[in-house]
Design a protein around this ligand. Structure first.
Ligand SMILES: [Ca+2]
Length: 259
């Protein structure tokens, strides 16, 4: 009798201990989130579960900030996440240094929630993911613009610094959704300098750019040899706002990672 009681008490305790990692999306998804970085063959992974709360730093990655900050927090479900904050046209990025992908091609995955996107000035331009390396193009697989003629913030792949010029290929089919967690996946395919995106597992081919089809000058768009991937926030036009977003489950790999 005493032994059975202890088992029952232990079971209750275990269920309580397990509660903070439970996810509103169900136990299967919570389980997958906990195993994000346990997959074999990833080129980089950070789920923040083992990073101390407080100022966001790690020996695994660098920090690039100007009028911005990174902080590891617990969200309301007990997950540790990275809180990115920037004032005005500041920036705050987690920086994956010394990155190398076989064949210069890779997939990325991140969960992200942006509190609010800019609605000023007109054409305000923001970047969440940027990849650079040996070569002039600064490649932005996830960024966007406030489009005043539609009064909407829209996602777009973009680039700057290279022969194709400064462009953001925003699409009406890809609204930047504020204040919701989204799983964003992207692919960098060096065979045709092609970038493709998925949101919550659903592809948006409208956003795809490639060597000859992109939003810049009519010359070939060519990837640099990637050695750095940054995730966070930068707004290029000064305004009076501040921007808060949260990142989790960052993974880069040679195969599609999935949500
Ligand atoms: Ca986490």
């Amino acid at each position: 009798m005493r032994k059975r009681l202890s088992s029952a008490v232990l079971a209750v305790l275990l269920s309580v201990v397990a509660l903070p990692v439970a996810d509103a999306a169900g136990p299967d998804q919570a389980d997958r989130r906990l195993k994000t970085c346990a997959r074999a063959g990833l080129l980089f992974c950070e789920d923040f579960q083992h990073v101390p709360t407080g100022a966001g730093t790690s020996l695994k990655w660098g920090v690039d900030t100007r009028n911005g900050s990174l902080e590891v927090e617990r969200d309301r479900r007990g997950q540790k996440v990275l809180h990115v904050r920037a004032e005005g046209n500041g920036r705050a990025f987690l920086k994956v240094d010394d990155f190398a992908a076989p064949g210069n091609s890779f997939y990325g995955r991140v969960r992200v929630r942006v509190e609010a996107f800019p609605d000023a000035p007109d054409w305000a331009h923001y970047t969440l993911i940027e990849a650079t390396g040996d070569g002039p193009e600064v490649v932005r697989p996830l960024g966007g613009q406030y489009v005043p003629t539609l009064d909407k913030a829209l996602w777009g792949v973009g680039a700057d610094g290279g022969p194709t010029g400064d462009w953001t290929n925003w699409r009406e089919s890809a609204p930047s959704k504020a204040d919701v967690w989204q799983c964003v996946e992207w692919r960098m395919d060096a065979s045709d300098n092609r970038i493709t995106l998925w949101f919550d597992g659903v592809p948006n081919p409208d956003l795809t750019v490639s060597t000859r089809e992109h939003g810049g000058n009519q010359v070939d768009f060519l990837f640099p040899k990637f050695d750095t991937v940054k995730l966070g926030w930068q707004l290029y036009q000064p305004n009076e706002g501040s921007y808060d977003l949260w990142l989790d489950d960052i993974a880069l790999g040679s195969e599609r990672i999935g949500c």
